[in-house]
Design a binder for this molecule. Structure first.
Ligand code: SOE
Length: 386
């Protein structure tokens, strides 16, 4: 019997638009979700950026997201725009009864994030926030190990998410460096990921202390309204102020546990391209995962005999977790883009099943609460409750 189809509209055609388009296009080829997505329409801000739409697999294009979100034939709205547009689009989509996928961070502020959650719940629609790293096979395996008590009581969660794409002082001003468009800098962009991974793997951060830094405070205005990493130039002599953090360092305590958490989110670590490194240390053992080597993780087991004690590399593809069956035989590794296929697969499953296996807007609000508390802690130089 032919599968029920769901019509998808994506808003945004740049980096995340590309990653999500690939996921909508591949999910039915590799996974047996209960419904099949139809890539109906891609919305963008400029005609030029929509030139990729057909190649990505979208049937139509539009420059009017509001019209598209209210189309009766659209079932799912996938928001891949700069952060400041997330609330308006999500709330409109919820009112129109559309299920919503929204990139992280959910919003620029906790207040906006909460409004998005309220609207989605009021609209009775499903809602997912794109914390894609939860869907890395190694992270899923680490989650299973921690949940089964294989690491024992957790002493430390430690995360460093380091990039270097704006170390060059000639890199121009882009939306991720302007508070009104992005909310915060490294803190909300990549700090959101490691905060969510702490919530996913270990527990909820309940109080924080931290500090923020902006290393390059003025940048040349870009020649065109470009996305992020690929921005170049800015031939003009017009400069603008960077009003968000380039780096955030914060620490936290975990609710109802004696676990300490430490976080570093920086875009000023030359040589670290997308180095999202998670370490969990427990009474029975430890695990370490690094996105730049994402198919494996390191495991130290305290009950190994002394002659065998040491961190061993474990290839995550060989271990049973929800996704490995869909791709290739063990050892045939996967990449960054596959994580988005996993999250879209789980979202489609969630349309039909009660069990939700993905981060919802409620998880994203929890993450946003931590981000806001870190900003307060940095401003007051005092511990803040989340
Ligand atoms: C930029 O830091 C960015 O594109 C993030 O916004 C993504 O969430 C991350 O997956 C890669 O880096």
């Amino acid at each position: 019997m032919a599968k029920k189809t769901v019509n998808v509209a994506i808003i945004g055609a740049n980096f995340m638009g590309k990653a999500h388009s690939n996921a909508w296009r591949k999910v039915d080829m590799f996974f047996d979700a209960p419904v099949k997505p139809v890539m109906k329409v891609m919305c963008g801000k400029f005609k030029e950026e929509l030139e990729v739409a057909q190649r990505y697999g979208w049937q139509e294009t539009s420059l009017d997201w509001r019209e598209v979100v209210n189309r009766p034939d659209i079932d799912i709205v996938d928001i891949c725009t700069p952060n400041f547009l997330h609330p308006e689009i999500a709330i409109e989509a919820a009112k129109a009864g559309k299920h919503i996928v929204c990139e992280k961070p959910l919003a620029n502020t906790l207040k906006e994030a909460k409004a998005m959650l309220t609207a989605a719940e009021k609209g009775g629609v499903k809602h997912m926030c794109g914390f894609s790293y939860r869907f890395a096979p190694a992270v899923q395996t680490m989650k299973q190990m921690i949940s089964k008590g294989e690491l024992g009581d957790i002493f430390h969660f430690r995360a460093a998410y380091q990039q270097d794409w704006i170390v060059d002082p000639d890199f121009p001003m882009v939306w991720r460096l302007k508070k009104k468009h992005t909310g915060s800098g490294a803190l909300g962009d990549i700090g959101a990921h490691i905060t969510d991974l702490c919530h996913f793997l270990v527990g909820d951060v309940c109080e924080v202390a931290g500090t923020l830094e902006t290393f390059i405070k003025k940048r040349v205005v870009a020649d065109s309204d470009v996305g992020a990493w690929d921005a170049r130039g800015g031939k003009g002599k017009k400069f603008d102020t960077v009003d968000v953090d380039d780096a955030a360092i914060f620490m936290g305590r975990i609710k109802n546990a004696n676990t300490l958490a430490s976080f570093e989110a920086t875009r000023f670590a030359p040589g670290r391209r997308n180095y999202n490194c998670i370490e969990v240390y427990g009474s029975k053992g430890s695990v370490i995962w690094n996105q730049e080597d994402m198919n494996q993780f390191e495991y130290f087991n305290r009950s190994d005999p002394p002659t065998a004690q040491g961190f061993r590399k474990v290839l995550a593809c060989d271990i049973g977790h929800p996704y490995v069956h869909a791709w290739w035989p063990p050892g045939h590794i996967i990449g960054y883009e596959h994580l988005f296929v996993h999250e879209i697969y789980e979202f489609l499953c969630g349309l039909k099943c009660k069990k939700i296996n993905y981060p919802t807007f409620a998880d994203a609000v929890k993450c946003q609460s931590v981000l806001e508390a870190v900003e307060k802690a940095a401003a007051t130089k005092r511990w803040q409750k989340v």
